[in-house]
Every structure is written in C-alpha cells, then in structure tokens.
Design a protein around this ligand. Structure first.
Ligand code: ADP
Length: 544
C-alpha cells in the first residue's frame, strides 16, 4: 500500500532562522553587553542580525569554505553572539574554546579541530601571542575589538580587527539553507582524564534543544524575560541561552569577563534582569556580596543552577532570603547540555512546602526529547523507586552519537553512558548520587560525596565543602571533608562532624575535616576532586 505522506512545507531547522525570527518579530529588543574594554554596549536583535550577515560575508572573503572551523576564545558578549550566528549560519562551524584551560590543552584542541580562523577577546592577546607559533592550521587571527583598541605591536601574524572586518561589508547576504544535520558548532569536554573530546552539534540538534529548553517545564524563557547568562558562551553554548533568547525574543544581557558578585549585582539591577543561569560557585560569590552589603534584587526572580549539584542550602538562601526561585538542572557537554530540570508536576502543587522542596532539590525530570534510565552492574534497568541507584544512561535528539574524529562509539546499545550514578523516583525525578569516579567506597558500601557536601553546606560557618575518598586500611576508603570557612567564622572539625548526627547513617559521617583557604575548581567551575584526592592522599585519618 502506498504510504500517505504529510503535505507540509519542508524547512530545514537552521540556526540562522532563530536570529532572522528575532530580527523580524522582536527587532527592537536589546542585547546589552559589558565589554572587555569596560564600557556598556547596547544594540538590538535587528542590529545583531545585520552584523552577523556582514560577518558571514567577511569570513567568505577570508576564504572560509563550508565546514571550516572558526575558533573563539571569548567571554559572553555581542561580538561572540554575532560569531555564533555568522559562522553556523553560513555553513561554517563555531568552535568555542574555554580560555580557562591550560595553554597546552588549548593548543591541542585548536589543532585537533584544525581551526582555520581564531577570534579572541582583547584580553587574550598575550595568550594568543604565546600559542600562535604552535597553531599551524590557523590562517587568520581576529581580535574582537574596534580600530581604537587595536594593539600597537604584536607578534601575532596578520592580526585582523573584528569591527573593521564586519564594517567593511554591505550585508547584502542571504542565509543559505542546507541539510539540518550539518555541523553547526563544536565544544570539547574538559578532559580530566586523557585528551579532551569534541562534541559536534548540528543545526537540527541545536534547534530542538533550544525549543525544548525554552518550554515552561524546561528553563521556561519568554519574551517578557531579561536573560543574563553567567554560564559562559565558551562552554556548551552557555546552556543554549544564545539560541533560546532569540527564539522567544527575550532581552539578553551579557556580563563579559566581569563576573564577580559586585559587577553581576549591578548589572542585574541596572538592566532589570529577571532570569539567569550559572554554576553553583558563581552564586556563592553573588550571594556573599548581596548578604554582606544587605542588598535586595528588585527584578531578578528565577535562575537555573547546574553543572554540579546545587546544595539545598543555596536553594533555600536564594528562595527564602532573596526571592529568587531556583531551577536545579542537570546536563553535560555531550547533551548540548540540557537533560533534566526540576519542575513540579500539577499534582505536586498541593503538596506541603517541604515535600515540594525535596522534589525540587533533585536534578529533576527529563525534558521532552531526552530519555533516561539507570542500570546496575549487570546492565539491567534499576527500579524507579528513588532508592535504587545505578549508572545513568541517556538518549535523545541532542545527545552525541560519537566524538569528533574518534572511531570507537561511546554508546552502549544505543544509550550514552553519562558517567554519573543516580536514582530516579516514581515521579521520574532523577537525583545524581555522584560522578561514578567520585563515589566513596567504604567496606563495599557506597557513600555519596554530594550528600556529604550538601549537609556541610547547610552549616552556617561553611562557605564551600568537598567530600573525597581517603585510603583506609580496613574499609578501603573513608570520607574526608575539605572545608573553606566563611570569612571570620570560628568552627572546629568536631562541630562540623557533630552537625552530621541524625542527618545520615553514622557509618557515612566523614572520618575527619580539614580546613583549607581555597578549594580548586576546574575550567568549568566544578570542584577538582582529583586534585584534592592527590593532595590528601596521605592524610592520616583519626583511628577510633
Ligand atoms: P566538563 O565541563 O567537566 O567537560 P560537563 O560540563 O559536560 O563536563 O559536565 C557534566 C557533568 O557535570 C555531569 O556528568 C555531572 O557529573 C555534572 N553535573 C552537571 N549538572 C549537575 C547537577 N545539577 N548536579 C550534579 N552534577 C551535575
């Protein structure tokens, strides 16, 4: 029998369409950026779309061919936004690079991606001067500034001025249509073990991710929002915000490199920000500043927090003391990144506040387009009872199927293993117990380092806490808690250990607490547990 086909228009899902939509229908909505140069720049989606077209022309003039990679080393700002669209929209591939990585890693990544053009913010010039001799594929270096700020002297070969390149074009350019499965952008994982691996996103995966994450049960963005992504555009596309914002027509506010508590607070207030997104460590800085100065947010109402577990104490501070609702979310580079968001179902609306809280503290439910499961050591699915934990596997429209240039497939029977251990409850709320390599294995039983950290973070004297495994002659591993105290706080190890009593089983309570001035973080703001484990490998745990 002949199949009856749908009779709808065929329109490939193109990233450029997000920006043309914003320019046509929300053309006067602003994009406001705090520039590296220190001042504030403001223009509209209409202006951004025109400049992105001019950039596409300029890159063609430089000889870029479809599929060529254009690297960026840049903060959140309007020029970076234009590069997102000017590259992907013209069939080039936007390769965002994390400037917080070690220089050797950046060199490795640029060479692996074979970037043809490298665009970078003004303050990265010294870094690029060091790296340029080791980047044989890069033919053009573009510094993201205007003529007035061009360096008088530099060793970077043929350095081009971004604004000059763009302004030399007439904008007479039509966004091309091509296969929606074409690569749009690349982001490398941080590679805590081995070399970083590239996740190659497509136009289709990026658009579907933008759609789903903008939904009310996702991040919930609308044209009434003023969105400030603290999460950087140099890592996993700032969680898709540069795509979701034009999709809904929200005003965008970009903080540039100015991400300390004071600068962020001032920008939140002056631009009337309603919604933000960032990792827990960023909020630590902002919360401390707001509390110390007894300030209030006048428009800021919601934030997505993810990237590592958001301690319940942080959720409470933001909600109860500052009136900011927290959406706890989980994702990863390989997922573009959004997988789950903690939002209540209709039937939970009537639950008591505490019961709602315990649901919302979890990493949440999958958004449509993603599926998940947890499996035991035998590969069999574990029950969704909120208790049984297992390895978390996912699949979906914006999950990678392979890594850039790697032949071996990371998939297990069509599912992507996340490396996280999790529980899922009867309502489908997923909770991350740990990264599998961070779980503390004590006498054959597992202790969740996240649980230990969450409890410690609720102690009034604790600024930040990390729980790690320490070698133990009898139990193999025992938990050690590493703590940064709040400024001026007086607290002993014994006080903190006492705080655990009644909150978890006795055998899970850490054996010891060490105080440090600072906990090391990765380039994406996660606690560097590997470094802590090395540092405290020989820590003598007290014998009882
Ligand atoms: P990296 O930046 O280190 O390359 P990703 O940004 O892809 O890696 O990080 C993904 C990992 O971060 C997840 O596998 C998980 O371990 C952790 N993660 C992300 N969000 C959360 C969260 N809300 N709670 C706990 N862990 C999280």
């Amino acid at each position: 029998m002949a199949r009856l086909m749908g009779q709808m228009m065929q329109m490939p899902l193109m990233i450029s369409s997000l920006l043309t939509h914003a320019a046509r229908h929300n053309g006067d909505v602003e994009i406001v950026s705090k520039r590296v140069e220190g001042d504030i720049h403001r223009y509209t989606y209409r202006d951004a779309e025109l400049r992105a077209r001019k950039l596409a022309q300029a890159l063609q003039r430089l000889g870029c061919q479809p599929g060529d990679r254009v690297g960026t080393l840049a903060w959140n700002g309007y020029r970076h936004f234009e590069i997102y669209y000017g590259t992907s929209g013209s069939e080039l591939v936007c390769h965002t690079i994390n400037p917080r990585l070690f220089p050797e890693q950046i060199t490795w990544i640029v060479n692996d991606a074979e970037d043809r053009v490298l665009c970078f913010d003004l303050n990265f010039l010294p870094l690029i001067e060091k790296l340029a001799p080791h980047l044989p594929t890069v033919q053009h270096y573009v510094i993201m500034t205007d003529r007035a700020h061009m360096p008088a002297q530099t060793s970077v070969p043929n350095l081009l001025c971004y604004d000059e390149l763009v302004e030399a074009e007439n904008g007479d350019y039509e966004w091309p249509e091509f296969d929606e499965n074409t690569a749009s952008s690349i982001c490398y994982t941080s590679g805590t073990t081995g070399n970083p691996k590239g996740a190659v996103y497509s136009h289709r995966s990026t658009l579907l991710h933008a759609y789903a994450s903008a939904l009310p049960d996702g991040m919930g963005c609308s044209s009434r929002d003023v969105l400030l992504p603290v999460v950087p555009m140099f890592h996993v596309n700032a969680w898709g915000v540069p795509y979701s914002a034009p999709l809904v027509g929200a005003k965008l506010v970009m903080p540039g490199p100015h991400m300390d508590g004071k600068s962020l607070y001032e920008l939140f207030e002056s631009e009337k920000v309603t919604f933000s997104a960032g990792v827990p460590t960023v909020w630590l800085g902002l919360i401390t500043y707001v509390k110390q100065n007894k300030l209030k947010f006048s428009t800021f109402k919601r934030t997505v927090i993810g990237g590592s577990a958001c301690p319940p104490a942080m959720i409470r501070t933001l909600e109860d003391e500052m009136g900011v609702a927290v959406l706890h979310a989980w994702g990863m580079t390989e997922l573009s990144p959004l997988g789950t968001v903690s939002k209540l179902k209709g039937k939970h609306e009537s639950l008591p506040k505490d019961a709602q809280r315990s649901l919302l503290e979890k990493q949440g439910r999958v958004i449509y387009g993603i599926d998940m499961k947890i499996v035991g050591g035998d590969g069999k699915s574990q029950p969704w009872d909120g208790k049984a934990s297992g390895d978390l596997l996912v699949k979906g429209h914006w999950v990678i199927s392979s890594y850039y240039k790697r032949k071996d497939s990371p998939l297990e029977q069509g599912w992507f293993p996340t490396g996280d251990v999790a529980t899922i409850d009867t309502e489908g709320f997923m909770q991350i117990t740990d990264r599998s390599k961070d779980v503390i294995k004590s006498g054959g039983e597992w202790i969740s380092s996240i649980d230990l950290e969450n409890i410690a973070m609720a102690h009034p004297a604790v600024h930040e806490a990390a729980a790690i495994a320490c070698r133990h002659p009898k139990w193999d591993e025992r938990p050690l808690l590493v703590v940064v105290k709040k400024p001026g706080a007086e607290v002993s190890a014994q006080d903190i250990l006492g705080f655990y009593e009644g909150k978890i089983a006795k055998w899970q309570i850490p054996d010891d607490v060490v105080f440090v001035d600072e906990i090391p973080h990765t380039a994406t703001g996660k606690i560097q547990k590997l470094k802590l484990r090395e540092r405290f490998a020989d820590h003598a745990l007290p014998t009882v």
